[in-house]
Design a protein around this ligand. Structure first.
Ligand code: BGC
Length: 736
């Protein structure tokens, strides 16, 4: 095969070939639409269909991976005579993934999606995206299966760690920025999983039931905003059904909402093993991915045959291939082929550390126990494999850091997926980083296997830093919000023995904290990535002022959730694939909360969470004031943030809609993360997306005329200052 993955020695030959072929076969303008149309018109039907299905590029099932194609998630051959490059696909949002250890080379492990979400920084998301795209290119890939932005409707959802949070504006803006960062390096990004896929137990046979209006105002809105901001080349449809129709064969969602209403011009690729029939093409699916995981190569010969006898399929294969081509040209994938090269590990580590430092959330700091005093002489570190590294989440997004995992623990046996579900720790030891910052102290370590042993050691220390971990993975949900394997008991025992206890959490998402009132400080470090140990130490010792804000609500207990019992937990056996028996369906009623996901649900039910959405402490203090709303066609919110403390710090100004003419509500409508020097104040004006002021009705987006109340918040619960604005009514829809 003549490869478009140009290795150093072949570069000159590759590019000459590319240019010559392009000049022959293609429109030479840079317009992606006209170029796609010209190339598509020159294709045979067999060529069209060859772009519409791909294999999983792993030795799995009956498949031959062509020479030179890197192990990864997917591969779609190119069309040499028309200079259409092959698509080489890899996961994902957190770095170039590990594929169960098949590719021996390491990559930069970014912190988890939750950590990224906690930065509230689109700029940092863009930077992280660009970094992993460069690594993808260096490893021979031109498509990243990134952009996971499903809303966290349930904190037990096994992929909560991959996602950015529970709010559509926040997830949409941050996810869109990551996609834009990736594509700025000529690597196509997806957004996924479209749509409504918040839990993993039996994910292949979920049927999410929800009113379309509620969906438009929640999960769909996150996708809509991310697509507008990031213009992803592809959208990956999900495993589940939505209102009875499989996500990848859901004409209402794919053709109706995504392509017709939103005018999406890229292509829809399936999730791996999510296609059930060739007629999904008529519903809006453009490409079958990882086809050896499906019952048949539905988008291969059967699609070609269908196109011969049925005009609807003929029209579709032209449209489907034009969509793939359009994204290739729009992102510049054809003119910027991947170049295999060593990755810049130092640059990757720096970005990973910056995201971790800005995403770590300080939850509690009694008596200013943090930052740690340089005078502490005897420090005890307990648990969490802190002597070896930092935890990461499992599944397709798992990245293997350079040098391989520090610790790798098997979890469940699930055939070919067992390796993807190991509990892996990246090589960045918090213990070593703490020792490096406290050379004057004696820093001891206990692994935390026995509460009594940890408590005894705690008695003899000046202070204790105890780690609590909660591992999450794609394919499985967590059963409850406890720290597994007795860690809550260890923390309680340590806290009783020594009041100067600091808990560092490495969790996928929210956890309950039965020991909260007994410990001094609580630091949520999430899965902090390749330089997580250093980032944790930098926060503990005050080299970095914590600035992360929670992108999800921490419930006090699962009883507060819309579905206290985890859907499917009683009937579905744990497995990565989540396949059911033929015809099996698990109906999940999302109309319970509808569009009121996370903090909105808590506000509606007047439930008090353990920690609210938007919450996070700092080593400095802030004053927030001067909220003013301007209505009109382009509404905006302005407010002033002041650093009233003694250290540099960053605050996140948050504006919530709290009342409409219909009654009380709670919606984040604007936010901005701002760095401030001590004493500095800044007034910021942030646009408000009118969709956040509207409801989706039978006529489309509708703003009812009347008075709207807004609040400036330190979190979704801590509303500091309110103001109101009178808005004119209006209704708009997508149809021109
Ligand atoms: C996951 C996707 C992923 C794909 C390819 C699926 O199991 O749901 O997020 O991109 O595998 O690895």
């Amino acid at each position: 095969m003549k490869s478009w993955l140009c290795c150093a020695g072949l570069l000159a030959a590759c590019s000459t070939f590319a240019v010559a072929q392009r000049a022959e076969a293609q429109d030479t303008t840079n317009n992606a639409d006209s170029r796609a149309a010209a190339t598509e018109a020159a294709m045979t039907d067999a060529e069209r269909v060859s772009l519409l299905h791909g294999i999983m590029a792993m030795p799995y099932g009956d498949v031959k991976i062509p020479e030179g194609v890197p192990f990864g998630a997917g591969y779609i051959p190119g069309i040499e005579r028309l200079a259409v490059p092959p698509l080489t696909e890899t996961d994902a949002s957190l770095g170039v993934s590990y594929v169960g250890g098949l590719r021996g080379d390491g990559a930069t492990a970014l912190p988890s999606g939750m950590a990224m979400g906690s930065t509230w920084s689109p700029e940092l998301m863009h930077k992280g995206g660009a970094r992993i795209a460069d690594e993808a290119h260096a490893k021979g890939f031109n498509v990243l299966l990134a952009g996971g932005i499903n809303l966290v409707r349930d904190p037990r959802g096994g992929r909560a760690f991959e996602y950015l949070g529970e709010d559509p504006l926040h997830s949409g803006l941050l996810g869109g920025a990551a996609v834009a960062g990736i594509q700025s390096r000529h690597v196509i990004s997806t957004v996924k999983h479209f749509v409504l896929n918040p839990t993993e137990t039996g994910r292949q046979f979920h049927n999410g039931i929800i009113d379309e209006g509620a969906l438009r105002m929640s999960d769909l809105l996150a996708f809509e905003i991310a697509i507008e901001k990031g213009e992803p080349g592809s959208v990956m449809c999900a495993y589940n059904k939505i209102n009875g129709a499989q996500a990848c064969g859901n004409g209402r969602m794919l053709t109706g909402v995504l392509k017709r209403d939103w005018g999406y011009k890229g292509w829809v690729m399936s999730d791996w093993g999510a296609v059930r029939a060739t007629d999904f093409a008529l519903e809006g699916l453009d490409q079958q991915s990882g086809a050896q995981l499906d019952a048949a190569m539905f988008f291969g010969q059967p699609l070609l045959d269908a196109a011969k006898r049925d005009k609807r399929y003929r029209d579709r294969i032209a449209d489907m291939s034009r969509r793939v081509l359009r994204s290739i040209y729009a992102v510049g994938v054809d003119s910027n082929p991947p170049r295999e090269a060593p990755i810049d590990g130092a640059a990757g580590a720096a970005v990973a550390q910056e995201i971790a430092e800005k995403g770590i959330v300080l939850l509690q700091n009694r008596g200013g126990i943090l930052p740690l005093a340089a005078s502490a002489k005897r420090i005890l570190v307990v648990g969490g494999y802190a002597d070896a590294g930092v935890l990461s989440g499992g599944g397709s997004s798992q990245v293997q850091g350079q040098g391989g995992p520090a610790v790798s623990l098997p979890t469940i046996e699930d055939g070919p997926f067992t390796a993807m579900m190991a509990q892996n720790y990246h090589r960045s030891s918090p213990l070593a980083a703490i020792r490096a910052r406290a050379p004057q102290a004696e820093v001891a370590f206990r692994d935390g296997r026995y509460p009594a042993e940890a408590a005894l050691a705690a008695k003899n220390a000046d202070l204790v830093i105890v780690f609590g971990t909660q591992w999450m993975t794609e394919g499985l949900d967590v059963a409850d919000l406890s720290l597994p394997q007795g860690q809550d008991a260890v923390i309680s025992a340590v806290a009783k023995a020594n009041p100067n206890s600091i808990v560092v959490l490495e969790t996928g998402g929210p956890v309950a904290m039965p020991w909260k009132d007994d410990v001094g400080a609580i630091v949520e470090a999430w899965y902090p990535g390749a330089r997580g140990g250093e980032a944790i130490a930098a926060i503990l010792f005050g080299d970095v002022n914590p600035s992360g804000r929670l992108p999800v609500t921490f419930p006090a207990s699962v009883a507060q959730l819309p579905r206290p019992a985890l859907p499917g937990a009683e009937t579905v056996a744990p497995s990565f694939g989540g396949h059911g028996k033929p015809g099996q369906t698990l109906d999940i009623d999302y109309n319970v909360e509808g569009a009121d996901v996370g903090y909105r649900w808590f506000a509606r039910k007047q439930e008090k969470p353990l920690y609210p959405f938007g919450y996070g402490l700092s080593y400095t203090s802030f004053e927030r004031s001067g909220l003013a709303i301007s209505g009109g066609a382009d509404p905006s919110a302005s407010f002033t943030l002041r650093n009233s403390g003694a250290r540099d710090g960053a605050d996140v100004g948050q504006v919530y809609l709290v009342e409409t003419p219909h009654g009380k509500t709670r919606r984040l409508v604007a936010f901005a993360r701002i760095d401030l020097k001590p004493g500095e104040s800044r007034t910021i004006d942030v646009p408000i997306d009118p969709r956040l002021l509207a409801d989706w009705t039978a006529k489309g987006w509708t703003i009812a005329p009347g008075t709207y109340r807004f609040a400036l918040g330190a979190s979704a619960e801590d509303l500091i200052e309110e103001t109101s604005a009178t808005l004119a009514g209006r209704t708009w829809n997508y149809r021109k």
